[in-house]
Ligand binder design. Structure first.
Ligand code: NAD
Length: 270
């Protein structure tokens, strides 16, 4: 029997990091090859399972990425744009699949990630759930059918700790709506409507973000015309959907050539 692919989790002490450790351990298709946390974190040197308050998993938490990557075939990374950019270079060197769930990237980060993807598989998606990726496809289709007399708004809600706004998923949905209209989101997006008085521009795509409590993630795409409205909605109630999607992406990437992919590729929705 061939050995199962080894997966390293970065930001293992984070909200998503813990879910990812669990998802790999429960997958039955991959082995946990490393758990990396911030330098000096209290978990360094402990077994990751024990640190998380459960049974031991046989993997010692480290604050050093290079060493576990030497025996891994993939790294799953839901952390910060800065760290994800560093991880991309290390993963490319190791020729390991890099699954990036982090959101909030600036163009300079994305350039570095594209450079790394010349040497290894990078799967990056602002949302790793099957449901949201289907919603992206539906949004593109609905926007392509409806004319600009239908106003489009993306409204999202997330927990109070989320730093970036609008969410990566909201931007994916906005891009899909713009693509459906044969335009780029940059030309249509309206991020500042709340700060201005006056009527909306025809064809613009508006964004609103709500932050509070422990909301896992909610996204509405609203198409409104005089007399009727269509609302496409996705509600996430369990972070496990993102973690399971990320593990599926790490396994999917094992036999692919270097390049940049997203969850639409992984789920066969392209
Ligand atoms: P979090 O703050 O709970 O976790 C981030 C972790 O990264 C923290 O534990 C932090 O210590 C760690 N980290 C940061 N810098 C580090 C470094 N230099 N070395 C090691 N570890 C470092 O946040 P979260 O809620 O888990 O979200 C993380 C990211 O994932 C965000 O960008 C969020 O938007 C994104 N996210 C994406 C999806 C998706 O499906 N793509 C789903 C949920 C969250």
């Amino acid at each position: 029997m061939t050995e199962q692919p080894g997966i390293v989790i970065t930001g293992a002490a984070g909200r998503m990091g813990r879910m990812l450790v669990q998802a790999v351990a429960e997958s039955g298709k991959a082995r946990l090859a490393g758990a990396v946390v911030r330098p000096g974190h209290a978990w360094v040197g402990q077994d990751i399972g024990t640190a998380m308050g459960g049974p031991a998993l046989g993997v010692t938490v480290t604050d050093e990425l290079l060493e576990p990557m030497a025996r891994a075939q993939a790294v799953i990374d839901f952390t910060t744009p800065e760290l994800s950019t560093e991880v991309a270079a290390v993963a490319a060197q190791a020729r390991a699949v890099h699954v990036i769930g982090t959101t909030g990237f600036e163009p300079a980060h994305l350039e570095k990630i594209s450079a790394a993807a010349r040497h290894a598989v990078v799967v990056r998606a602002g949302n790793m759930s099957l449901g949201v990726n289907l919603l992206v496809g539906l949004t593109r289709r609905v926007a392509a059918v409806l004319g600009t007399d239908w106003d489009i708004d993306v409204v999202e809600a997330h927990h109070r700790h989320k730093i970036d706004a609008p969410s990566g998923t909201a931007l994916m949905l906005g891009e899909a709506a713009a693509e459906g209209r044969g335009k780029s989101l940059e030309d249509l997006q309206d991020m500042t409507r709340m700060q201005r008085r006056g009527a909306r521009a025809e064809g613009s795509i508006g964004f609103s973000a709500i932050r509070g409590g422990d909301v896992v993630g909610e996204h509405d795409v609203i198409f409104a015309s005089p007399g009727e409205r269509i609302v496409l909605r996705h509600l996430a109630t369990d972070r496990g959907i993102f973690a399971r999607g990320a593990v599926a992406a790490a396994l999917w990437g094992q036999d692919k050539g270097p390049g940049e992919y997203d969850m639409m590729d992984v789920l066969g929705l392209k």
